[in-house]
Ligand binder design. Structure first.
Ligand code: 73E
Length: 829
């Protein structure tokens, strides 16, 4: 660059000739500057929360430097990029994760210490970003961390909900939901891009237009909303690469409603404008139950349309020929929630860029890949045609055209098998005519992924059977993974240090396969001793939390036995509670002298129930009713305690997982597509008590069945058991514990009646009765193993050592190489 511009650039460079420095003095100065100028508090008087605000702004500055460099570099290199579209991201806290990925945690801890603050206390001030429900949303967050760490040129796209997942408050043992207005205290981790906005249209009509001899469709919208970008920089670990999670917020559009101002009703016009914001206001709190709600559909289209416009704009900045689009763009659909992206790309290419249909459809077929997280047909999304016709009239036409061409092709291949044709059609002709989002996604994607091997097998055999037979090569699986940065390094620093000490390197934080190196020391008494110490400290931390939260004192010698996840019938928290009742009953009926042999348990359950899910809410109440009885029974004392941890979220998980001895994963086989909680426990050396479902089947291959406690019916048994109907040989122990609940032993007799009915013979869809005996055996095996602490510790070390395959680094690398066709693009500065 020469001339005036060059001189300007040089002057800027002279002013900013260095990156921010990370020595303790510079960090202290930065923190104090932010206290004074950003937080606007006196540097002589600020509290822990203000320290958090200042600290996070100082970290944010460092993130921004790297983020700018990375984005500039991507722009220069122009690699093929992956765009990860997800309606949910469960990011949790950002501070600790950022300073660890930037490699400056200890420096910040020192700097804060010298200012008279404790790093841990300051970090605790941060609230969770909970823009998602559960496993699917946390998976997106883990995958963003891996994409950044592995230097992939990637973008995440989602919605910036103003209200995240509801806060769970327990009153008298019942769940109540409170809004999570998480932006109340500001959010230093996002950068508002007021100039990055796109109009998003809704409603209206479609008209024909002739232009230069060509015939086109023009959509005249009835409503327009503005999408504003909020960028969240995502730093990689051990690299300068910092990628973008771009979340869209809805704002009133300036272009559109000038008319309403001219009618003179100024106040109402302003109030109406404001309604646009409701689109991004609240996260739907149900996972796996689909209702054809207009607002939900609006959310899906809103985020998809803004993202697709942004992606096409970026492409057009550097290219003019759309044939190159598939060489530069991969679009990943996280479940069917963003499936309208397919239709939006078609619409823009055909209606706005004036590509002919076949060329556009060819491009679409090369760029989309779709990951399903569902197991059962009822879990598949459907969009009522009437709703789509009114909200997105042009999109409905496009879907009809896609379907018409697809069905015509299909007829050529399979003939006039009308049953099969109607099952595979994108349109479902039922009582409510609807669009099948999964069929649309499969038809238009080059690859369909399952989230574990078993999951893919189930998809191939059941819900996607017809499609698998048509296009076997489209179907793959990528077993889920979690990031060891968050789930070991951030949440369990002492274990992290111990691992690095014994492996003689920190390289496992980027190259997690190295964890297998721990296997050779699993029987080493020195490692075992240190391992036990670390686990004890984590148990202490958890015990303190339990006491602070509930007043309950728990013994550190007890087995901390944990089940934390969304409350669902298929996840069988009820099986756990019935098992606890059985344990209680046994202790009560035992000779006093025999009680010495009992392995003490602290049973910990946590999770949210969808607000409209009655059975799940009853399970929460039952847990509290049983806890009330057990915890106040002096016969039992420390032998058994039951605690429900309220408001389970990412940061609670970070505290609970490292402190768990045993974790339970009880889904009826064939119901959990993958499960990712188990992987976090495994990394932390917690033993698993589990059914052979989802990813557990693969965990067994890595850890060995002897190092776990497995039980219950297998995937292929379940349909047979269900078919067979009620088992005549009802398990007596099971019948007894259910009867205790039914008879009001824990109170609330009438309230629990319908819950008991769900597991009665003939009605027990999730097979609690059939699996009970085997469940108790697995519990007994775990107790027996726990008595031999040396053996237990060895199993614990082997669990961590075998957890490498369940890192999201492995998942992402597989996606990059085998689905998206992208390559690392490390920023060299
Ligand atoms: O097995 C989990 C899986 O580990 C599965 O149930 C979950 O996704 C995890 C990550 O792959 C899941 N969530 C949803 N569907 N499957 C879902 C559906 C609708 C709304 C929100 C989430």
């Amino acid at each position: 660059v020469s001339g005036e511009q060059g001189a300007k650039a040089e002057r800027m460079f002279a002013l900013m000739d260095r990156f921010l420095k990370n020595d303790p003095i510079s960090l202290q100065k930065d923190i104090l500057d932010h206290v004074e100028y950003t937080v606007a508090r006196s540097r002589f008087n600020f509290d822990d929360f203000e320290a958090y605000q200042a600290l996070s702004h100082s970290v944010r500055d460092r993130l921004i430097e790297r983020w700018h460099d990375t984005q500039l570099y991507f722009k220069r290199k122009d690699p093929k990029r992956v765009y990860f579209l997800s309606l949910e991201f469960l990011m949790g806290r950002s501070l600790s994760n950022s300073v660890i990925n930037l490699g400056i945690r200890d420096q910040y801890a020192d700097a804060l210490g010298q200012l008279g603050f404790e790093y841990e206390v300051v970090a605790e001030q941060e609230g969770d970003a909970a823009l998602g429900n559960g496993g699917l949303a946390r998976l997106s967050a883990c995958q963003m961390d891996s994409l950044a760490t592995l230097d992939y040129p990637a973008w995440g796209y989602g919605l910036r909900y103003q209200y995240g997942l509801f806060r769970q408050v327990i009153l008298d043992g019942f769940q109540h939901e409170q809004p999570d207005y998480w932006l109340n205290f500001g959010n230093p981790w996002e950068i508002e891009r007021i100039h990055v906005t796109y109009p998003v249209k809704f409603y209206g009509t479609v008209e024909d237009e002739t232009l230069n001899g060509g015939k086109y469709k023009v959509w005249i919208p009835g409503e327009m909303v503005e999408a504003v970008a909020y960028d969240n920089p995502i730093p990689g670990y051990g690299t300068r690469n910092t990628i973008t999670l771009r979340l869209w917020a809805a704002k009133p559009s300036d272009q559109y409603d000038i008319e309403s101002y001219n009618t003179g009703d100024y106040i109402n016009a302003v109030v109406n404008r404001q309604k646009a914001e409701t689109i991004s206001s609240v996260l739907y709190p149900d996972d796996r139950s689909y209702q054809g709600k207009e607002l939900r559909l609006k959310q899906q289209y809103f985020f998809v349309s803004a993202s697709v416009q942004d992606i096409i704009r970026r492409f057009k900045d550097a290219h003019s020929n759309f044939d190159e689009f598939p060489e530069k763009v991969a679009l990943q659909l996280n479940d069917t929630h963003p499936s309208l992206a397919i239709v939006e790309v078609m619409r823009i290419l055909v209606d706005e860029e004036h590509l002919d249909w076949n060329r556009a459809s060819d491009i679409v077929g090369k760029i989309f890949s779709f990951t399903s997280h569902t197991v059962i047909a009822e879990g598949l999304e459907k969009i009522p045609v009437d709703l789509l016709a009114s909200l997105l009239p042009r999109h409905l036409q496009i879907i009809y055209s896609i379907n018409f061409k697809f069905v015509e092709e299909l007829k050529k291949k399979i003939g006039l098998d009308y049953n099969r044709l109607s099952r595979m059609s994108i349109i479902e002709e039922g009582a409510v005519k609807s669009i099948r989002s999964a069929n649309l996604s499969i038809v238009c994607s080059h690859t369909v992924n399952g989230v574990s091997r078993v999951h893919l097998e189930l998809l191939k055999a059941n819900v996607f059977k017809d499609f698998y037979e048509l296009w076997p090569e489209k179907f793959q699986f990528k077993t889920n993974g979690v990031t060891q940065r968050r789930w070991i390094v951030v949440s369990n620093p002492s274990l992290s240090a111990l691992i690095s000490k014994w492996l003689g390197t920190e390289a496992w934080i980027r190259d997690v396969e190295l964890l297998t190196g721990l296997r050779e020391y699993a029987a080493d008494s020195f490692l075992q001793h240190e391992w036990k110490m670390v686990r004890k400290v984590n148990k202490m931390r958890l015990a303190e939390y339990i006491e602070a939260m509930s007043g309950l004192k728990v013994s550190l010698d007890a087995m901390f036995d944990v089940q934390i996840k969304r409350i669902h019938e298929y996840k069988r928290q009820l099986l756990n509670i019935l098992g606890i009742i059985h344990r209680y009953d046994c202790i009560k009926n035992m000779e006093k002298s025999d009680r010495r042999k009992v392995v003490p348990h602290v049973c910990i359950i946590g999770g949210k129930a969808a607000p409209g899910y009655e059975v799940a809410k009853k399970i929460i109440k039952l847990c509290h009713a049983v806890a009330e009885k057990i915890n106040n029974d002096s016969d039992v004392g420390d032998l058994l305690k039951l605690v429900f941890i309220p408001d389970y979220n990412v940061s609670v998980a970070e505290l609970v997982i490292p402190g768990a001895d045993l974790s339970q994963h009880l889904s009826t086989a064939g119901n959990e597509a993958s499960g990712t909680g188990s992987m976090k426990f495994l990394m932390n050396g917690c033993l698993l008590l589990a059914t052979e479902d989802g990813s557990t089947v693969e965990i067994i291959e890595e850890i060995g069945a002897d190092n776990m406690f497995l039980f219950g019916s297998k995937v292929h048994d379940v349909p047979i058991l269900r078919e067979k109907g009620p088992d005549l040989k009802v398990n007596l122990q099971f019948a007894r514990v259910v009867r205790m609940v039914r008879d009001g032993y824990f109170g609330f007799k009438d309230y629990f009646k319908s819950l008991c009915d769900t597991v009665e013979v003939g009605n027990d869809f999730y097979l609690l009765g059939s699996d009970f005996e085997s469940y108790l055996e697995a519990q007994a095996a775990a107790d027996k193993a726990f008595v031999d602490q040396e053996k237990w510790t060895q199993m614990s070390i082997l669990s961590t050592a075998g957890s490498g395959r369940f890192s999201s680094d492995r998942t992402i690398q597989d996606y990059a190489e085998n689905t998206w066709g992208i390559e690392p693009c490390p920023c060299p500065f």
